[in-house]
Design a protein around this ligand. Structure first.
Ligand code: FES
Ligand code: FE2
Length: 357
């Protein structure tokens, strides 16, 4: 059993969010994932490609080059690479030697999200990609806005954060926080799922927060919930909402009321740096673009508060990453998530050892 550290290791055979489609508007983007510099570009057919961002000639960054008809052209001496990382052109010579290639990564663009597979390409199974139906092209699209924030912390720190909402009343006092006790005492039930775990927190018969009143026009109290599903390694799917009292929210949440759908994806850049991708969908005033914008503007500073806490937390953890951390009752869902992650990690390690034998 690997010794548990706050800094989680990389799970390689999994799909990670590499970028949102609108980040590639200029056609070329550099991003480091799991310590590997990667060049993302759209080829002439519009397909997103991901190849190693290091030219095999003299090691220049391919993202210093440009996209041309035949692929990505190195900005130093003009070698051109296609989406499979194969060199297709060397200026001044006809023969292309076999070692003229760079690593490539399987990528899939689906519903505004570009996913990357960091493990063995032979194992890249597209059916494992999590569906987010609220984006364009999805089954139930909603108005939404999305963002990518760099985090100075290990990727699972953000999962810890999302799986323990008792921090709301302390970190987010200036934004969505509310009374710490209401959060600590919320009724909560965590269950393991095939690929992680999931919890629903119920705040029954409660006063709706101002955002909810503004969003759905509640006149009185509500039954409010927060559902968070962790899908390992780096995803959390959130459904926060509220219905007027008496509507039977616990039996059926799919009724008119307040519905906020949030997609959170965390991708490791290095051991203690990550990308935090999030997308917030407006499921309460779908015909009002200002409502979508207002929610985005409200959530953005909230997440900055988390990002700031985590940067200082990571700096402390890095001084002694294996020093044990204290467990308290509020960590229950977080531990379910960490255990699910570690089980998958151990399985991957065992598979790698087996393959090497
Ligand atoms: S370093 Fe890329 S072509 Fe020379
Ligand atoms: Fe937070």
């Amino acid at each position: 059993m690997a010794r548990e550290s706050a800094n989680a290791p990389y799970l390689r055979n999994a799909w990670y969010v590499a970028l949102f489609d609108d980040e590639l508007e200029k056609g070329l983007l550099a991003r480091t994932i799991m310590d590997e510099p990667i060049a993302f570009f759209r080829d002439a057919s519009g397909k997103v490609c991901a190849i190693e961002d290091r030219c095999c000639h003299r090691g220049a960054a391919l993202t210093d080059g440009k996209v041309i008809e035949t692929g990505l052209q190195c900005g130093y001496h003009g070698l051109v690479f296609n989406g499979k990382g194969e060199c297709v052109e060397i200026p001044g010579q006809d023969a292309i030697p076999p070692m003229a290639k760079v690593k490539y990564y399987p990528v899939v663009e689906r519903h505004e999200i570009v996913w990357i597979w960091m493990g063995d390409p032979k194992l890249a199974d597209e059916s494992q990609i999590v569906d987010w139906p609220f984006h364009k092209g999805g089954a139930t699209p909603l108005p939404h806005r999305k963002a990518c924030m760099p985090i100075h912390a290990n990727y699972l720190m953000m999962i810890d954060n999302l799986m323990d909402l008792t921090h709301l009343g302390y970190v987010h006092t200036k934004t969505i926080g509310g009374n710490p006790r209401a959060h600590v005492n919320a009724e909560m039930n965590t269950v393991r799922t095939e690929r992680g775990c999931k919890y629903v927190r119920w705040m029954l018969d409660s006063v709706p927060p101002p955002t909810y009143v503004k969003g759905a026009g509640f006149k009185g109290k509500v039954d409010r919930w927060q559902e968070f599903e962790y899908v390992l390694p780096g995803l959390v799917l959130q459904w926060s909402g509220a219905l007027e009292l008496g509507k039977g929210a616990r039996e059926n949440r799919n009724q008119e009321g307040f519905h906020l759908r949030l997609f959170h994806a965390i991708t490791p850049a290095t051991e203690n740096r990550s990308y935090y991708f999030w997308s917030t969908a407006n499921g309460y005033r779908t015909d009002d673009p200002q409502a979508t914008e207002d929610m985005y503007q409200e959530i953005y500073p909230t997440f900055v508060e988390d990002v700031d806490i985590m940067a200082n937390q990571q700096a402390r953890i890095d001084l002694d990453p294996h020093r044990p951390l204290l467990n308290i009752k509020a960590d229950n869902a977080l531990h379910h998530a960490r255990r699910a992650f570690m089980a998958a990690y151990e399985a991957e390690q065992a598979m790698t050892r087996q393959a090497a034998e």
